[in-house]
Design a protein around this ligand. Structure first.
Ligand code: HEM
Length: 212
């Protein structure tokens, strides 16, 4: 739909995508807050209660991740995350230089190419590296006493350190991610899109053909 101001509203985030995004954001924020209390960074809920909240939230996250993997593969949504041949360097240049010189964004969001190459790369890393590391080390932590029965002998310290390193990596991702969401047309453009599903993009006039 073309708006009066020359911009176009494009449906970029499906309903499940948006619901899943905000539930996951709450789960991860809660896991981060409770996790760092368990780590000893501050005291808010008290140890016994905080470990219970961390464990219950962790199970709810595992359930959501399993369901979302099912959703991605049954709807074909996974295609959005496959790194493509598009030039990631063009986007890297935009976010490190061009953006600060008010240059136009190198790629328009369209439903079929919702994520630019840099976003594909970081979200894929988040989904294939950080989340699996947190879930695996978290489960190892949870079932630590049962591991020898399965022939697994790890020191608790090793598991705790890996889980904590993952938590710091996740915290860094979170900060960069929130910053990047504010770099749209206005500070709230991208956040609004994740709530309503629609993104406003500028309509770029086609280049006149040679000889026109
Ligand atoms: C499904 C994923 C996760 C599982 C299964 C899990 C599980 C656990 C378990 C079992 C513990 C030990 C205390 C307890 O019994 O609760 C723990 C500690 C901790 N968790 Fe998680 N967790 C998960 C996700 C996360 C996430 C996403 C974060 C950060 C954003 C996080 C941060 C921490 C931290 C910082 C600690 C304290 C580590 C230490 O100092 O020993 N966890 N987690």
């Amino acid at each position: 739909m073309i708006e009066n101001n020359g911009s176009q509203k494009v449906y970029v985030y499906k309903r499940y995508n948006r619901v899943w995004h905000w539930i996951q954001a709450i789960q991860i924020a809660l896991l981060g807050i409770t996790g760092f209390e368990i780590h000893g960074s501050f005291s808010l809920f008290g140890f016994e209660r905080v470990t219970k909240i961390h464990d219950i939230t962790a199970w709810s996250l595992i359930f959501m991740v399993a369901f979302t993997i099912f959703w991605y593969f049954t709807t074909g949504e996974w295609k959005h995350y496959v790194p493509s041949g598009e030039k990631a360097s063009v986007h890297l240049r935009y976010y490190t230089l061009g953006m600060f010189k008010n240059e136009p964004h190198p790629g328009k969001n369209k439903e079929l190419s919702r994520l630019n190459p840099l976003q594909r790369f970081t979200y894929l890393g988040f989904k294939l590296l950080i989340v699996p590391v947190m879930v695996t080390t978290g489960l190892l932590y949870m079932f630590y006493n049962d591991l020898p029965a399965f022939g697994i002998n790890l020191s608790l310290e090793f598991v705790a350190i890996l889980h904590t390193i993952g938590a710091f990596a996740l915290l860094s991702f979170f900060l960069v991610h929130v910053y990047m969401t504010t770099t749209g047309q206005t500070v709230f453009t991208n956040i609004k899109a994740m709530i309503t599903g629609y993104e406003e993009i500028e309509v770029v006039e086609p280049e006149p053909a040679a000889g026109d």
